[in-house]
Design a protein around this ligand. Sequence first.
Ligand SMILES: [Zn+2]
Length: 291
Amino acid sequence: MKAIFTLLFLSVSLMAFNIEKVDVLEYKVANGKTALILFESQEGIELLSVRVGKKRFEIFPMPNSEEKKYALIPFSYYAKTENKTLFINYKENEKLKKESLLLKVVKGEYAKEEIHVSSSKVNPKSAAVKKRVSQEYSQAMKIYGTVTPKSYLTKPFIFPLESKITSAFGKARVYNGSLKGYHSGTDYRASVGTPIKAANDARVALVKKRFYSGGTVLLDHGEGIYTCYFHMSAFNVKEGDFVKRGEILGLSGKSGRVTGPHLHFSARINSVQVDPLQLIDIMNKNLLTGK
Ligand SMILES: [Zn+2]
């Protein structure tokens, strides 16, 4: 394979190499973060996908560029600290080929939150609530698992509001000494009624009042990228609408399972929940340059 491609992780550095000369390369990515691989197209080579374990991630043309291509590889918060082999599938002169890359998954530096409660107070849910929660979960996973084959993105992402971050992505929640979950998004301080903006151009995939996340808007940015807006008090959009970056999706609130008003903002890549701010950072620095 003669294509020179560039590998970017956590947007720290930009390295170019010729894969013919090096068999194995080591790069790092933390659990809960997204790795971005940039490829330079070359004649005679058709880049297809990147496979990690049983998961396959498509290689897409870069927004605003005909020659370059990219793939986003999301790593779950629960991804094991280990070496992962990424297989890059491509066609050269109509023959299917692959190259491998070694990627090290390292432990992200996330804060921990210790919560001590009497065990009877953890999850006292009725059968009806359990059913509702499970239906809402299946519906959301079906949406996140849908990779729209085109991108709606042409401009850098913006934040859904300008406000203080009150809880970062990844904070571990330890109940009575055992890890019971982690904070799956970024919380912004927002009194009830604060306008919430679309972080980028998208199709509105879901508008719904849900049990845990309350007033919920899910945006499909195409190519497997979704952003999510939780606990809202009012909606300004409906499912199937196309929204532009900065368009008001609705108003923030305190709906669902919350202790106070705020916006919970999160992101998914091919169903995997990832740090939304790191995703925006790597996308804006490397893919969506310009304005
Ligand atoms: Zn939150």
